[in-house]
Every structure is written in structure tokens, then in C-alpha cells.
Design a protein around this ligand. Sequence first.
Ligand SMILES: [Zn+2]
Ligand SMILES: [Zn+2]
Length: 378
Amino acid sequence: MAERTGVAAVFTGAGRPLETREFPVLPPAPGDALLALARSGVCGTDVHIVEGRLAVPAPLIPGHEFIGRIEALGTRARRDGLGAPLRVGDAAVACVALPCGKCFSCARGETASCLNFGVTYVRDPQNRPHFFGGYAEFLHAPAKTLVKLPKGVDLDAAAAFPCAGPTVIRAFDYAGGLERGELVVVQGAGPVGLFAVAWAAAAGAVVAVIGSGSSPARLRLARALGAKLALDYRAVPAEERAARITALAARLGRANGADVVFEASGSPTAFPEGLRLVRTRGRYIVPGQYSNSGPVSIEPQMITFKAVRIVGSGQYTMQDIGAYLEFLRRRRDLQKVFARCVTHRFPVRRAQEACRCAAEGRAAKVVLVPQEVGKRKS
Ligand SMILES: [Zn+2]
Ligand SMILES: [Zn+2]
């Protein structure tokens, strides 16, 4: 029998295009599962890695949003990270972050803020079994890092926000959750912003989103996911945005601004605006500033006089992935809109193009798919 091979996109250094390489598909190690690609998301973080704005060792296979079907299980790979039994044929999301389990945060159960995070894909793909990262037709993953897709969850819906969703869920959790009737302003309408809109609207909040009109599809999706007000920051100047949000808060019988502002734009200039938009004693949740885009000037007096709570959050746990998938399972109505958020699909061989497409910012979500799906033969 001829040796079976699969393709991976390999990052070989900052600013260099991703290289397509072919590797043999090997059986899984005892604690691992071998998965075949179903959907693998292109995240803004990957784009920053490829552009050299986020330092990682090379070579490696980027991608941390891999959803695959289990092809083979190692002899000791029986359950996923949340304890569900695994079988060949099951679809699962692979979580790449490995909390150490020993540090101060982990000891307090705050594994999303582990001080010594390990990452499964930071490994040279020349080493066996080669498939360590998401931009590939196969993945070898420890069973304990998998979260099985519940029955009734559509692959495209799950592929829309497998990283943004858990990120948002963790951030709201760190900030103490939401109350019905609160006014939530989401800054940014990329994947993190769009999922924040869906999550806040589902919790009974009134949601306004500030996004870019250069991507009208994103603002349309934000409305479909529950935003009552969508403001294009290029068309509506900052003073008018503030006036509209304040007026909305007054109409809703709230205070002098939004109860919660959620920063999902990644733009440093969004931060001073968020401080202005949040009400006295409100919460400003800031999970969006993932890569360092430089300093910005603020008036710290606003923090004092408004007595606001500023909450950061950068990672998520496997439980948050479980909560994301459970949210999808319960919300079949939203699954259709989520699936529509996957606007662009590329095979692994065109991963470089996929990254460029995501960097341009017009797509809502870009995913890598198996060759057959890309050709729509299925
Ligand atoms: Zn991500
Ligand atoms: Zn730890």
C-alpha cells in the first residue's frame, strides 16, 4: 500500500510566504487522536504571525482553530478534555493552549490566565508525526485537548467563531456576566465583535456595534446577530457616536452611557473612546488588544470619577469552548447566521491567499477546508 500523505502550510519566518509541504500521515501516539480536516479558521493572530507582528519560532504550522473528524485514536485516547467519550468519526475542536496546571493562576482554577502556557503547535513539522498545527489536512492532537462537537451543531456554524467565541465568553465571565436590559456597546465587528454581539443579545442586552463601513457585510451580520444599532465609524464622527449612544442609554432608562463597553477592534484609539462611552460604575471589557499596536493617550481621571471597572482577558479554557458549542446547540436559529459568517473558503494549498484575504478585512470569517469542499463537490 502506498504511503498516505497530507498537505500542510508551513511558516518559515516573518514576512515569508507560507510554504506548502507534504508529510506522511502516521498513526496516532497512545494519548493522541488523528483528525482529518473539516474546517480550520484563519484568525487575526495567524495573520500577525505570518506578517511578523507576533514573534513565534519557525518553522511551524500555524492555525489554532482546527475542527476535524477523528480518523484514529491512540490506545489511551478515550475521552475528550471535558470527559466525553471519543469515537472514530466524531467531529471535535482542537484546543492548542495547554495550561501548566501548577502556577498561581492554575492553582486558583484560572487556567485561562496560566502564567506558563504551552502551545501544541509550536513544533518543527519536520519531526514526526508532523501535523501539529491547524493549517493542514490532518492534525495529531492529545485527546485531552479536544472538545467534541455536540449532535445538532453544524460544522460551518462551529467554524465561524471557535476562537472568538470562547474568548468572548471568558471575557464576559471575568467581568461578572450581563444583566437583562443592559446596554452593551461592542467596538469592532470582526469575529470577536460579532460573537460578542450574539452573546450579549442572547443574554437579553440591548446591543450597539461600532464597526467599519468598509466591510458592510460585517455590519449586516451584526444586525442579524442581534445588534439594534450599527454605527460605521468612518461615516459617523466620534462626537456623534457618543451622542447616539448617550441618547440610546437615556431612551432605555439607563445612566450616562453604556452599562458595558466591549473592545473587540484591536485598535488602540478605540480605548479612549470606550472610556468615554461607558457609564458611571460601568464595565469596560478589553479582550481585543491582542497584538501590541502602540501607545495611546487617555485621561485617567475618567476612570476615577466614573468609578469604572476595566477588565482584561486574553485567553480561554476548554470549558469555554464547551460553552460556545453548547450555545450553538441550543440556538439552532443562530447557527444559520453563524454559518453565513463563514464568507471565504480556501484549500490548505492556498493558505497564503487565505491569510491575505483575512488581512484585507472584508471577509467576516475565512476558513481552510478539504480540497473537495473547496471545489464544492463534497
Ligand atoms: Zn484565534
Ligand atoms: Zn498555569
